[in-house]
Design a protein around this ligand. Structure first.
Ligand code: FES
Ligand code: FE2
Length: 413
């Protein structure tokens, strides 16, 4: 095949169906990115953290969804709630720390209250406004605290006690309806015993969030996996099925990992998650940007926060059982980190891959075709997972992934 001139380069191969490639502008166009925040990220359920990260009453974490600042707090009633982290007075961020506790008072606030340091308004853990400075003198009786509480967001703690939030009060689904069928394969493992986060790191990567999804969902970039190429693979590895579920989610079926074939590794059967057959591995990719990866003795969860068309924050968590002894915990950490820690065998190459794509697809880059046309019996080398994701994306956006200037609904007719 000869090299191509500009016209040839810009013409999609006519042998491919329109769902077998996407247009690279969906990874780089700022307008499309803004639209994704509005139409997808502000509408769906997003897992934001795990309950073990706010273990005590008055513990909190802050984060953003679609640039909206959010605070997750555990109340004295032990219930976890989510609010916009925005003061109803003049719109200041209420809490600026990434995590912490309201148990102790701050320099400008009382213990057990969220205090906006700007003018000192205070809120309790249920979001009630409990203090307005110079309330009587300044406002006489024209405003009432009861009208000035925080904006509470729908929040559910479920599936292994992850905390899920949606910005859309009118979201017609529960988390169970949204993600339940896809997570069912690991639900009893997640819910069999209380879990605890033992590993956390985050990375800001110069690429579109969907590229991280893509690399998580294709299992044939083995050329970067030096260790995997030489160890651990067997026929069952390749025979695993990619199963598509409603709402754009995909499950990669289980198989038994042969740890003894990995240099320096041992069976993980003794520390299997509750109900999980020994050394099994499930991976659940949730639309639009979360990944649950249960590998025998350790659960890895990637949560994405898109920051721009060419920038994504990824939080990597590793979880074990709350009941672990110190020795069991060390083993799980070692199991997790040897594969997925910052220096594990299966993480850095993914980052290299997507960063390279991100470099070549920056805002303003000319449109290119990104091919997702492998058909291999719906096994892990089949790109059904990506095609399924982009169909869902097309529906939410009403844009055709292979030509985002066209309407998905019209093209589908
Ligand atoms: S902006 Fe929060 S107290 Fe004024
Ligand atoms: Fe990889």
């Amino acid at each position: 095949m000869p090299s191509r001139n500009a016209a040839q380069w810009n013409t999609p191969p006519n042998s491919l169906r329109i769902d077998e490639f996407v247009d690279s502008r969906i990874y780089s166009d700022p307008m499309i990115f803004e639209e994704e925040l509005e139409k997808i990220w502000k509408k769906t359920w997003i897992p934001v953290c795990h309950e073990s990260e706010v273990p005590e009453p008055y513990d909190f974490r802050t984060l953003t969804i679609a640039r909206e600042p959010i605070i997750v707090v555990r109340g004295p009633d032990n219930k976890i709630r989510a609010f916009l982290n925005i003061c109803p007075h003049r719109g200041m961020l209420i809490e600026r720390r990434p995590s912490g506790s309201f148990m102790e008072g701050q320099a400008s606030g009382n213990p057990k209250h969220m205090t906006c340091m700007f003018h000192g308004w205070q809120f309790d853990m249920k979001g009630n406004c409990v203090m307005i400075t110079r309330e009587k003198e300044g406002y006489q009786d024209r405003i009432s605290r009861k009208d000035l509480g925080l904006r509470e967001l729908r929040c559910e703690t479920t599936f292994g006690n992850f905390v899920w939030v949606t910005l859309d009060d009118n979201n017609p689904q529960t988390v169970q309806q949204w993600a339940g069928p896809a997570l069912e394969c690991i639900q009893k493992n997640l819910d069999g015993a209380p879990l605890e986060v033992f590993h956390y790191h985050k990375a800001i990567i110069g690429c579109n969030y969907k590229l991280w999804h893509d690399t998580n969902s294709e299992f044939y970039h083995d050329y970067m996996h030096y260790h995997n190429r030489i160890t651990g693979f067997n026929d069952a590895y390749f025979a695993r099925k990619n199963m598509a579920f409603d709402n754009g989610h995909v499950v990669v079926g289980t198989f038994e990992v042969q740890y003894e074939k990995y240099q320096g590794a041992h069976s993980r059967a003794a520390l299997s998650f509750p109900g999980l057959p020994p050394n099994q591995w499930y991976m659940v990719d949730l639309f639009p940007g979360a990944n649950f990866n249960l590998r025998g003795s350790a659960l890895r969860v990637d949560l994405m926060t898109p920051l721009g068309p060419d920038k994504v924050l990824i939080e990597f968590r590793g979880l074990g059982l709350k009941s672990d002894t110190a020795e069991e915990r060390m083993q799980r950490i070692e199991h997790h980190n040897s594969i997925w820690g910052p220096f594990g065998r299966n993480l850095h190459e993914d980052l290299i891959g997507v960063a390279g794509q991100g470099t070549a697809m920056q805002t303003g880059a000319e449109p290119r075709r990104i091919i997702q046309a492998r058909h291999e019996n719906e096994t892990i080398h089949d790109e059904i997972g990506m095609r399924h994701f982009y169909q869902e994306w097309g529906r939410w956006m009403n844009r055709l992934p292979s030509d985002p200037t066209r309407k998905y609904m019209e093209a589908a007719e």
